[in-house]
Design a protein around this ligand. Structure first.
Ligand code: ADP
Ligand code: MG
Length: 699
């Protein structure tokens, strides 16, 4: 049997494969291109393409595709085969450098937010050589960026790469001030991914799951997650077999799948990979989500990645572990051993604190979706208010800095940057609080507001950009300071910044209602509860200026993204409303009517035998169901009217707000009645698998 190291990355045209397959000189030039982000010239591209094709064909590939990440949040691919006809009825397999570095897909059906009129349908894709090509289902996939012919980004990779370049630029300036000259600073990401697994046969009986990815109805089961017996519990053999298969497939694709366990809700699980460079982590997370779904199918199961598949039990999120790392392997968010290293660490930490405080709106927007709105603030995920957890020890140090007092009993003097050594913070101490949206966990920050189904690109674009901007401001200020005053200037900068931004630091329970009051009333933090509340901040002039300053997004690109996000929100809610209406009319009301008929039949048959046979159950249930079905029918009408009304609005923002304020409450009321009817209806008559059937479907 092949061992893991033998097959790890066997579907990836990775560095080891490149080294053995490419002429030495070509390999070196390609490496330089990758490391320095240089342009690849065509003669090298031709050689790389040739080697890639030979390797891909040997590994069973017949097609190639430019694999890209349009604004839909998932990936897109259009496959071309390698075949070229010969003169004699035969074919040869070809793949040119030009085909490797650039593609021209018809882009008219991807969301562009008005960036591209359909008459200029073409977009182009360009290879991102910093992410390896790989083989998936017989196709050589080339990770690419996707732009319009005018050069505007139509995808998530382009701004991500730009944001990485921005933080690289600014972090290097900061390091230089500390006498550290490095070639590159890259951000690193380890995204923990939650998911549900349910039996495929049960899934296929639920129109809501098939169409919307979540249940729109379902009476609360007698047992949910309250016994807390699933988290880290024994993994059932069928799930274990799935997880083993998932690992194998991910490893073949070079994804560093590391940790797997059961999560809090029944049928909920998690996978965490080992962290890697951000753009690769983003590509890998997309591949992970796709592979999770594909492997589930092989095992007769369905993997649900929706943020809230079931009401009443925890939904799924993603934790975005984020740090900065130099090409020499130093983690810039790791406190060092000397006063000087500590000072550098504190400066980066301070930059993050300021960036997060100043740009709460953008961080909230980066995780905004209709699905995630169902989860944030619902005592299972962080609230919609952004705050930072630093842990007691680090907070004490910061307090001491801010107030010029000693930070513990033993130290008699106040903490002085560049003079004193920080104590080592044991990782455990900093990692207890699970309720914080943004927690420092010893040597990285963990952003915990992400939804499970979304690409991790957007949160990282935002994080990189806001931290780059703060680092730029710091570098501008410190670069003018004469060397002999550096320590004092640094101390003052860190102190002044922390004083101005310490309101964002909160180490308490983020699920507590009291915190939301304190955050909004005393600390002036934003509470953007829903996507329509958050999105308008995206196009504020300050934010446009920020993205333009850091060369991550242009004004037009931002406006188009804002529009795509609003449009997506409206469409998701609309599809859910339509699915509800359809299920009520075709499945639920007919089922309730049939059961009422059955009860009526039993009552009249009993009465025919003798008038005094008790019919309490039948009569009371019939009465309750009759009332509920009238209620359902009335609320159905209300929902249909609201849906017709909202279509009349032409403005996307107004539409989204109306969906949130009018449609969603209507849908909740309708659901409540339908769920109450489910509770009274005999199982044989109910047309949908129950929550228990779904949540405990894997035995
Ligand atoms: P927990 O469940 O306690 O949050 P896990 O071990 O499941 O912790 O996940 C931690 C994640 O953080 C892993 O994906 C890990 O690779 C990642 N990580 C560790 N160090 C870094 C770093 N320097 N930069 C980014 N991610 C990191
Ligand atoms: Mg975590």
């Amino acid at each position: 049997m092949e061992t893991v190291p033998e097959y790890f990355g066997c579907h990836v045209f990775n560095d080891a494969t490149m080294r053995t397959r490419l002429p030495k000189d070509t390999y070196k030039k390609l490496k330089r291109t990758i490391e320095e982000g240089k342009h690849l010239d065509l003669s090298i591209a031709n050689e790389v393409a040739h080697a890639m094709k030979e390797w891909a064909i040997e590994n069973g590939a017949t097609h190639f595709t430019h694999w890209f990440q349009p604004m839909t949040g998932i990936t897109a691919e259009k496959h071309d085969s390698f075949i070229t006809p010969g003169d004699d009825g035969t074919v040869i397999m070809t793949f040119s450098g030009k085909e490797l570095i650039q593609g021209e897909p018809d882009a008219s059906s991807f969301p562009s937010g008005g960036l591209r009129a359909t008459f200029e349908a073409r977009g182009y894709t360009a290879w991102d050589p910093s992410s390896y090509a790989f083989i998936k289902d017989g196709t050589l996939c080339i990770p690419t960026a996707f732009c319009s012919y005018g050069g505007e980004a139509l995808d998530k990779k382009t701004p991500l790469l730009r944001s990485m370049e921005a933080i690289n630029r600014q972090a290097k300036r900061i390091l230089k001030l500390f006498g550290n000259e490095v070639k590159t600073v890259k951000t690193t990401v380890g995204p923990e991914q939650e998911y549900f697994l349910i039996d495929r046969n049960e899934y296929l009986k639920r129109k809501d799951l098939i169409v919307t990815g979540r249940t729109l109805f379902g009476e609360k089961p007698p047992k949910g997650q309250e016994l807390e017996d699933h988290y880290y519990g024994m993994i059932k053999p069928r799930v274990a077999a799935y997880m083993a298969d998932l690992d194998r497939e991910l490893w073949k694709l070079g994804v560093l799948s590391k940790t797997k366990h059961n999560e809090a809700a029944p049928s909920q699980h998690e996978m965490a990979p080992i962290y890697t460079t951000t753009n690769i982590a983003v590509d890998h997370n997309q591949l992970t989500m796709e592979t999770m779904k594909k492997v589930a199918e092989k095992h007769g199961m369905v993997c649900l990645l929706h943020e809230k598949p079931f009401a009443g039990v925890n939904g799924s999120g993603k934790h975005n572990n984020w740090s900065l790392s130099t090409d020499t392997g130093t983690n810039l968010l790791e406190p060092g051993d000397t006063p000087f290293e500590n000072a550098q660490f504190l400066l980066f930490l301070t930059a993050v604190v300021k960036a997060v405080h100043e740009h709460q709106d953008l961080l909230r927007i980066s995780v905004a979706s209709a699905g995630n709105d169902l989860r944030l603030g619902a005592n299972e995920a962080p609230p919609a208010v952004v705050s930072i957890f630093l842990g007691d020890e680090l907070t004490e140090i910061i307090d001491s800095l801010v107030s010029d007092t000693s930070y513990d009993q033993k130290e008699r003097v106040p903490m002085k940057i560049g003079v004193h050594i920080l104590p080592r913070f044991p990782k455990d101490n900093t990692d207890r609080n699970r309720t914080s949206p943004f927690a420092f966990t010893g040597n990285k920050f963990e952003f915990r507001m992400l939804g499970s189904s979304a690409s991790v690109a957007t949160p990282n674009i935002i994080l990189n950009t806001i931290v780059a901007d703060t680092l730029e401001e710091f570098a501008d200020r410190l670069e003018t300071v004469p060397k002999e005053n550096f320590n004092t200037a640094l101390h003052d900068l860190i102190r002044d910044t922390l004083i101005a931004h310490k309101n964002i630091i909160f180490n308490g329970n983020g699920y507590d209602g009291e915190w939301i009051r304190e955050a909004t009333e005393k600390r002036d933090l934003l509470n953007l509860r829903t996507t329509p509340d958050a999105l308008p901040y995206f196009i504020h002039e300050d934010n446009i200026a920020l993205f333009e300053r850091q060369k991550v997004l242009t004004r037009t690109e931002i406006v188009s993204r804002y529009d795509i996000l609003l449009d997506n929100y409206c469409k998701v809610v609309k599809i859910e409303a339509l699915t509800m209406i359809d299920m009520i009319k075709k499945d639920i009301l007919p089922a309730v009517a049939a059961y009422q008929a059955e009860l009526a039949r039993v009552i009249s048959e009993k009465r025919a035998i003798t008038a005094d046979l008790p019919c309490d159950y039948e009569e009371n249930t019939l009465r309750d169901l009759a009332a509920l079905s009238s209620g359902i029918y009335r609320k159905l009408g209300a929902l249909e009217r609201e849906l017709a009304d909202v279509q009349k609005l032409s403005d996307h923002q107004a539409q989204a707000t109306q969906y949130k304020d009018r449609l969603i409450p209507c849908m909740s009321e309708l659901r409540a009645d339908a769920d109450a009817a489910e509770a009274l209806t005999a199982k044989d008559f109910w047309p949908l698998p129950s929550y228990s059937d779904l949540l405990f479907s894997i035995v």
